[in-house]
Design a protein around this ligand. Sequence first.
Ligand code: ASP
Length: 409
Amino acid sequence: MRTSGNKIRRDGVRVQTRGCHKRPKLLIIYTGGTIGMMENPETGALEPFNFEHLLENVPKIRLLDLEIESVEFENPIDSSSMNPRHWQEIARVIEDNYAVYDGFVVLHGTDTMAYTASALSFMLENLDKPVIITGSQLPIGDVRTDGEENLITALQVAGATCRDGRPRVREVAILFEDFLLRGNRSTKHSSYNFAAFSSNNYPPLAEIGMAIQFNTDHHCLSNPKEPFRVNYGIDTNVMYIDLFPGIQEGVVRHLFATPGIKGIVMKTFGSGNGPSDPWFIRTLEEAVAKGIVVVNISQCTNGTVMPELYSAGLGISKTGVVSGRDMTSEAAITKLMHLFGCNLSYDEVVKEMNRSICGEMTVDNPHDASRHEESDLELLQPNPGLPGQNQDLNPEITSPESTTLSPNQ
Ligand code: ASP
């Protein structure tokens, strides 16, 4: 990583402020992804480009009432090449700059964004500032790009504060198209639509429309007692096993015998069911006896694992396989990486897998997750004027009572 020196110049663009206030100071961390890509004229393929290129295409960024600085990966990457070392680099930048900035916006490719968001949520301990990850489906230079809107909104969300001056969002979140989603609850579900991410087992942290509606009921609202710290430990001796009807004993046994493997996220059918063949149950028992942590995650993207519902699930849970409840597969695999990276024992990892570390799974009542109370919405009002007309583009939080918006305001 290097500092890009891309301090956003604010001279003469924003004219009016509402009183003498301190502007939120944000750091953009540009890692690559479609948002900054350009077409290679020789191959026609999209390739990551530098941050200056990205900024040239979003002049509106200068209108925000925010102080923005940036750092970038020396070689921006397609997020398909993202690996835990990159997560550590991102975390390092956040740690090094934590005291100086009010929030962080990470620009990232969409392909592995949910993995990065999940991993960072575990690594950034006692976080009480926003880490908003965004990207786009079309490059920022494309006339129909979704990148400009995503970037601007991500910055506004990261700069949004409560009345007491604290950041509105104090967790790792993904901002994409219409929603701000808890990072470790998010999944990329579309390689085509602008609305590419969903959080099927947890309500959005905010809905993006004419206003930004924060759903305060579903924020972590953590008040960490300990100071912020980064836990860099990651152990990649983990893997997925995806069940399908007809999966062969030899294949399953081979996978479970992978040298060095410590944790397996097993994607099962429906509410956590699998074949009741004796070889399958025996293989699981042997794996657990060897000290491999096996986590049961459903192939369904909505709902939770309830192994006691069918005997096909009960058989699995009796082997000592841990229920991953309603976790996304991205959260489950990165949680295992994180826990093994902390050098925990088998029993300790199992214990932690059964508890929600930072909102990644619903532990008590899964139905709570879909609760969404209108009365708890708080709005970030859209700016009534047009850019460049002396108006303040600073996001302003209003109380729920003053949320009436008309398109012609
Ligand atoms: N392959 C790209 C990436 O993940 C896709 C994107 O950014 O949307 O970097």
